[in-house]
Design a binder for this molecule. Structure first.
Ligand SMILES: C[C@](O)(CO)[C@H](O)COP(=O)(O)OP(=O)(O)OC[C@H]1O[C@@H](n2ccc(N)nc2=O)[C@H](O)[C@@H]1O
Ligand SMILES: Nc1ncnc2c1ncn2[C@@H]1O[C@H](COP(=O)(O)OP(=O)(O)OP(=O)(O)O)[C@@H](O)[C@H]1O
Length: 275
């Protein structure tokens, strides 16, 4: 049987409000999540036993065994397959690399084996896996297990990661105020409307302050994005360290990315469209 490929887009939290904490320690979230046209690639082929190879420019340090979210996703689905994961996204970066890879693996295995992916319990693989199964704009609530798909957006953006790993549990632990207001009601016509960026600017990422305290270089990334010509809104995604800026068009985003790469050759800088 021929292999099945799936794209694992970067996940970006345009806003991420932490609204409470459950008795088991997990935090309640209210987040507007979108997906980029940059990401990892997953290729799945028939096999008797699980196998995984990690390739690509960002393979270094990513586990190529049962610790990998691709492997865990196949096991959770009850299917043994051979997987090639081509890593392009930085790991431990707040853009859901592992969760998006898991969702892509589930889609590919479902195609290969002709079985639907069970919808229950996906969040046990990772809090971002349910939203990553949607793959376009969605509002995420609960601990990540409640997902309301929204009409896809088309936002021009630049993603920047300064190359420091950030531990998601450490950032949640450093958050002092666990109960914060949810997002304000979203404007009806989010896509493209000028009012959307104004609305978004009034929302927050509650993990940004604790992440900057743990990794001050994130503050430099935010400042560099703020200084890029045409940046309409600048914020951190997830638990960091990746930050994004939004621009009015793709030419502005490309130009901003060129400028950032010239100044910071060691940063991961990707112009993209967020949907
Ligand atoms: C911060 C976000 O990136 C926002 O999209 C996600 O909620 C994190 O998603 P993820 O990396 O897939 O998260 P998981 O691997 O499930 O959890 C990592 C750790 O983050 C903390 N965690 C995660 C999700 C959540 N709602 N509350 C939490 O407190 C927990 O300490 C957990 O042990
Ligand atoms: N497929 C994978 N890609 C990257 N890292 C993986 C993968 N599977 C397991 N890991 C492990 O998970 C850790 C977290 O990586 P990941 O890229 O999922 O980041 P994250 O910051 O938790 O994402 P987010 O918080 O946005 O969901 C890595 O340090 C790595 O050891």
């Amino acid at each position: 049987m021929s292999p099945t490929d799936a794209f694992a887009p970067a996940k970006v939290n345009l806003a991420l409000h932490v609204t409470g904490q459950r008795a088991d320690g997990y935090h309640l979230l209210d987040s507007l999540v979108v997906f980029a046209d940059v990401g990892d690639r997953v290729r799945v082929t028939e096999a008797r036993a699980m196998a995984l190879t990690v390739t690509g420019p960002r393979a270094a340090g990513v586990p190529a065994d049962a610790r990998n979210l691709c492997w865990k996703a196949s096991e959770w689905f009850g299917e043994s397959v051979s997987i090639v994961l081509e890593k392009h996204l930085p790991a431990a970066a707040g853009i859901g690399g592992g969760s998006s890879d898991a969702a892509a693996t589930l889609r590919a295995v479902a195609d290969l084996r002709g079985r639907p992916v069970p919808s229950e319990g996906l969040e046990r693989l990772g809090a971002d896996v349910p939203v990553c199964m949607v793959g376009h704009a969605a509002r995420m609530a609960g601990i990540g297990d409640v997902v309301h798909p929204l009409p896809p957006l088309a936002l021009h953006a630049v993603l920047v990661n300064p190359g420091v790993d950030v531990s998601t549990p450490a950032v949640f632990k450093a958050l002092t105020q666990k109960t914060n207001p949810p997002m304000a009601e979203m404007p009806a016509a989010a896509g493209g409307a000028g009012g959307f960026v104004d609305w978004l600017a009034a929302q927050r990422n509650d993990l940004q302050v604790p992440a900057v305290a743990l990794q001050p270089v994130i503050g430099h990334v935010l400042a560099a994005l703020e200084a890029s010509p045409g940046a309409r809104l600048v914020r951190m995604s997830g638990s960091g360290a990746t930050c994004f800026a939004l621009y009015d068009d793709s030419a502005e985003a490309e130009a901003a990315a060129d400028g950032l790469r010239a100044l910071h050759a060691d940063w991961w800088v990707e112009p993209c469209t967020l949907r």
